[in-house]
Design a protein. Structure first.
Length: 831
């Protein structure tokens, strides 16, 4: 984030658009479920058009200049563009190979031209299927195939045809006109992503395995340096894999899968009863409804021709990120525009408890917060809009006995703290059943039930929660239902259910988020009422209605976890190097291992990943450090070293009190003279000192370079990654092509208290479920997590890991990993 002069109080203007409902007890428009495009095996082909034009936003009006996807089956009869921020949901059956043809018609604006849409220029793009466990490599390259298909590869770009075909000589296909597979393990990548920009459509192929997890995923552009830009201007869509009955059941799972026999029905009669229950609740209008709630944000300015009957807006375009930073002291139109976006709704004030304060009488923004307008100097209204599945402050009418809400944060940067709050002010409890597209298996150790156990944050235990924190890219699925006889009372925040009697009138809102350790660090995301939710009185006796439950496998992440008896300490074999003499380069001759390692649950090797960002004058640098680390060289402050198994055992145990005692993962000494030099203070008035400090930071925390393989590993291995956020603001770690398991964590950090809310509250309880599989994890300031990552299946080739706050990714907090095939064993010499 850039440093902003922050106002002292939180400013939120209530939206009172005349064309919309002024009564907070009603939504602007009835919520309409997004249409679904099913694709079933063995093969299916779709066309994804990316365009910049006008869209209709129900609950707001027409918005000119927004970007959106339009999704259709290949070969279907031409139809008019849907012109919606919410494209059709691509619903893929496991075992299907899907071909996606990307057609690019996007435009963008330089920051200096934001007031003149006539200066829009073509904008290259690509796509990433976020969370899918599919190959990064493609098919048909170098084989004479007429149309090579990329895998889930984010390096190549499709040029935009918005202003006609790509000019001759600008297409970067190699000699012979053939596209290259940039994500192949043997590919040699250029330094600039622009050198992989191609004319015409890009074809992608995704082979979704039969045993792929069923759940919620999404699709979005991933052109490095422009990802934040394109998502902020509207571009994203949802993906779904499989059926909810792949992981929800009443009594047992109807499955014959050899991969996942957990909870399977033992008899034909049990299968018949289960099928009958599932069919009844799925086809009964009052049974179970599934909602897709995609959270997004855009910014708009009201047009002069806007009327009550026909509201009309221009998108406040997120400008094209320039390749070169302005010279010191020169104008910075991009930075100025970016700062204005973040400050549009004001800032947040903290209460005495360290959480966001709302003074009595503060109005709630319903779907949009409008920037204050000086009545003495009338100007068009500007607003920050937070649509839900493309609809602004819709009213969700719940008619079924229960609903499954599939929630996705598809914003580029914004974090949401979701609460479902009744009109009486009570926070209602929701039941998480899946996270990042994978059903939540029970933890190794059941979560304790003491009074301090949190009901906030992103629950990985499956316990009911009253608040869900979704950082960018995160997805969660929650059951919203009435309490049954055997449930906790609805007044218990961990019940995961609602009062069984009477009508319920509530609001789905985001509480507002600070992402920094202090209110001067990180970003502040506004508090917004997102949707109105109305339940009539239950049709049946709610306490007699049966509810499905999660029946999920223990998962591969739980395999081979060491029992406590084997968690022995390892002898320390070395100490960190002594500081260099005064004036000497502390990193002279320093080399870090980035290649394949020797990882074992009973061993001491981990891969250390450190994320950090720092400002150098007006220049803010983001980067990632990686190295192979032997824990024997980094003793705990208790005087002994630690094995991986010891941390695994620690992570499985749930802390029982709020003593704040630091876990072993927090006490691993990681002293490094190069890292010390990277974060050392400097005189911000001395240009030479600042330049030297920036060089030291970049030498340790390396910004992304496409032609650099930061990490190299071997297909088929399991690695343990110690991931640390060294920054004073939140980051969100994400890795492509896979899921990972969190084995241990310290979410407190050494500098508590912290006011950030990117992982819920900061209690001593560590939200670790070693059986939960995720593709992103919030990293509050100064925290550490130990991840288990399996480089198996379709994970051969090149892909990336990064912070999924896309401002951070675009500024360099991303790295490439190359997964190479194992070396062929040498043939024995003939006798």
């Amino acid at each position: 984030m850039r440093s902003l002069a922050k106002p002292a109080a939180f400013v939120l203007a209530l939206w009172t658009g005349a064309a919309l409902a002024d009564d907070a007890r009603h939504g602007n428009v009835p919520f309409v479920d997004p249409p679904i495009l099913p694709v079933a095996g063995p093969q299916g082909s779709v066309v994804l058009d990316a365009f910049t034009d006008w869209v209709e936003v129900p609950g707001l009006g027409r918005v000119e200049g927004a970007s959106s996807y339009d999704l259709e089956m290949a070969g279907a009869a031409p139809v008019p563009q849907r012109r919606s921020l919410m494209p059709r949901i691509l619903d893929i059956a496991p075992g299907t190979t899907v071909e996606v043809r990307l057609r690019n018609h996007l435009t963008t604006l330089e920051a200096a031209d934001l007031a003149d849409p006539g200066k829009a220029m073509p904008d290259a793009t690509n796509i990433h299927t976020h969370g899918l466990i599919v190959s990064p490599t493609g098919i048909g390259f170098g084989s004479g195939h007429e149309a090579p298909h990329l895998g889930d590869c984010v390096y190549p770009l499709a040029a935009s045809t918005a202003h006609g075909p790509m000019p001759a000589g600008m297409d970067h296909k190699p000699a012979g006109g053939r596209l290259r597979d940039a994500c192949a393990e043997t590919a040699h990548l250029p330094a600039e992503m622009g050198d992989l920009t191609f004319a015409g459509d890009l074809l992608y192929s995704y082979a979704v395995a039969k045993d792929h997890p069923s759940g919620l995923f999404w699709i979005h552009p991933h052109p490095h340096t422009q990802s934040e830009v394109q998502l902020s201007n509207g571009l994203s869509g949802l993906l779904a894999i499989g059926s909810i009955w792949d992981y929800l059941a009443f009594d047992c799972r109807v499955t014959a899968s050899p991969y996942d026999p957990t909870g399977a029905c033992a008899t034909q009669e049990a299968q018949r009863r289960e099928r009958e229950l599932e069919h009844r609740v799925e086809h009964d209008p009052d049974g179970l409804a599934v909602r897709y709630l995609a959270l997004k944000d855009i910014q708009v300015r009201e047009r002069a021709d806007s009327t009550k009957a026909k509201p009309h807006f221009d998108l406040i375009a997120f400008p094209h990120r320039p390749a070169m930073k302005p010279a010191p002291g020169a104008d910075d139109p991009f930075g100025t525009a970016n700062d204005a976006r973040k400050a549009l709704c004001g800032t947040l004030a903290l209460g005495s408890d360290g959480d966001i304060a709302f003074p009595a009488g503060t109005p709630r923004a319903r779907g949009v917060c409008w920037a204050p307008v000086d009545p003495k100097a009338p100007a068009p209204r500007s607003g920050w809009v937070f649509p839900v599945s493309g609809q602004v402050y819709p009213e969700i009418e719940v008619k079924a006995d229960m609903e499954l809400w599939r929630l996705a944060n598809t914003s580029a940067d914004v974090t949401y703290r979701l609460q479902l709050v009744s009109d009486s002010g009570a926070a209602l409890s929701m039941q998480p059943v899946a996270l990042d597209g994978v059903a939540l298996a029970a933890p190794v150790a059941a979560p304790h039930d003491s009074a301090h156990a949190s009901s906030k944050g992103l629950s990985t235990s499956g316990r009911g929660v009253t608040e869900i924190t979704l950082m960018p890219s995160a997805r969660t699925e929650v059951l919203v239902r009435r309490c049954a006889k055997d449930d906790r009372p609805a007044t218990d925040p961990r019940s995961g259910c609602l009062p069984p009697q009477g009508a319920i009138h509530a609001t789905l809102r985001t509480r507002g988020v600070l992402t920094g350790a202090t209110d001067q660090d990180g970003d502040f995301w506004p508090a917004i009422d997102l949707a109105r939710v109305e339940w009539g009185a239950p049709r049946n006796d709610a306490q007699e209605v049966r509810h499905p439950r999660v029946i999920a496998a223990a998962g591969p992440a739980a395999a081979a976890l060491a029992p406590a008896a084997k968690a022995t300490s390892a002898p320390a074999v070395a100490t960190p190097p002594a500081p260099a003499p005064g004036g000497a380069d502390p990193c002279a001759g320093k080399h870090y291992g980035h290649g394949p390692g020797s990882f074992s649950i009973d061993g001491t090797q981990v891969r250390l990943i450190r994320l950090n960002n720092k400002s150098f004058g007006d220049d803010e640098v983001f980067g990632i450090h990686d190295e192979l680390l032997d824990l024997r060289s980094h003793a705990l402050d208790k005087g002994h070293a630690v094995r991986v198994a010891q941390l695994v055992t620690e992570g499985a145990a749930q802390p029982q009190d709020d003593s704040g005692k630091a876990p072993d993962i927090a006490d691993i000494e990681l002293g490094d003279a190069c890292q010390d030099a990277a974060v050392a203070p400097f005189g911000d008035t001395d240009a030479a000192a600042m330049a030297a400090a920036e060089a030291a930071f970049k030498a340790y925390y390396r910004p992304f370079a496409m032609d650099v393989d930061n990490v190299t590993t071997t297909h088929g291995v399991t690695e343990y990654w110690l991931v640390i956020n060294d920054a004073p603001e939140c980051h969100n770690f994400h890795i492509h092509q896979m899921k990972f398991a969190t084995l241990d964590a310290d979410f407190m950090g050494p500098d508590t208290p912290s006011v950030d809310q990117c992982a819920g509250d900061r209690k001593a309880e560590r939200p670790v479920n070693q059986r939960a599989l995720q593709d992103n994890i919030p990293l509050p300031p100064k925290t550490r997590v130990l991840l288990k990552i399996d480089f198996d299946g379709p994970k051969l080739g090149r892909f990336v890991f990064h912070c999924h706050i896309l401002e951070h990714e675009d500024k360099g907090m991303m790295a490439t990993i190359r997964v190479a095939a194992p070396a062929e064993p040498a043939e024995a010499a003939p006798n």
